[in-house]
Design a protein around this ligand. Structure first.
Ligand code: GLP
Length: 245
């Protein structure tokens, strides 16, 4: 049973390109670290945040030295034991940002046997300062797949069929992961600030579904639980039109 919740409508700000979304997101990260140098920040993978990481790599004035940097999620290796053909999220984060900046880096794969410990580290000091998210085509955030409750813990989860199709199109199934470890919605909703990035028109419909003001949050679209969060900002490179029922 899903309990009654009080929803708030997140702010949605439109930028004129995916690069502009990345630059605005980078400015928000820079402001966060300028205001609170020891901020805890959780970073996403995917194509959407690439302009953010490119912008951050260019902002050499940022002082990352006291920061606490976390990953949102990571695939578990394929059960077949065959070498994966995909890039791990640890490698992605390292290459895109973490090898270029100071700060204490926390890789979620190091806590596979202790997800609660990872969550405690992310959530110490009353929740992470900033969680940055993308959105999956089925509405997942991190790997909180449809069916995830708003108080779901950090855990290992089976990847939804749609996620496997969209993330591993063309790869042989025995070289693909079928599970991932994800930060839970509970820790995400504890963040002091959430920044959700959505670029490319392919993300329009799922975003419009998740944040339709006339629809309550629901289990079938995990991103919609962000409506329970009092400080979520969504940056897009498209105008969002909501269907009014
Ligand atoms: C993966 C990640 C999500 C990410 C999503 C969208 O499934 N677990 O955190 O938001 O991909 O990726 P992209 O930005 O490539 O569309």
């Amino acid at each position: 049973m899903v309990k009654e919740h009080i929803s708030v409508e997140p702010r949605i700000i439109w930028q004129d390109s995916a690069n502009a979304v990345g630059q605005e997101a980078a400015r928000i990260v820079a402001d966060q670290l300028a205001c609170k140098p020891d901020s805890s920040i959780v970073f996403p993978t995917g194509k959407t945040p690439l302009p953010l990481y490119e912008a951050l790599r260019g902002m050499t004035q940022i002082d990352w030295s006291s920061s606490q940097l976390f990953q949102l999620d990571e695939y578990l290796p394929p059960e077949s034991g065959k070498l994966p053909e995909y890039e791990t999220f640890a490698d992605f984060m390292h290459t895109q940002l973490w090898e270029h900046v100071d700060g204490q880096k926390h890789y979620i794969k190091d806590y596979l046997q202790a997800p609660a410990t990872y969550e405690q580290m992310v959530s110490r000091n009353n929740g992470p300062d900033l969680v940055i998210l993308g959105i999956g085509s089925n509405g997942h955030v991190a790997f909180n797949e449809p069916g995830s409750q708003p108080d779901s813990p950090t855990r290992v989860i089976n990847l939804a069929p749609e996620t496997l199709r969209s993330n591993f199109a063309g790869l042989s199934p025995d070289k693909c992961p079928h599970q991932a470890m994800t930060l839970g919605l509970k820790a995400i909703l504890q963040a002091k600030k959430v920044l959700l990035l959505a670029t490319g028109v392919a993300k329009h419909d799922i975003l419009a579904k998740a944040f339709n003001p006339s629809m309550p949050p629901s289990l079938d679209c995990p991103a919609s639980w962000l409506k329970l969060h009092p400080n979520t900002l969504i940056l897009t490179d498209f105008q969002v039109s909501f269907q009014v029922d």
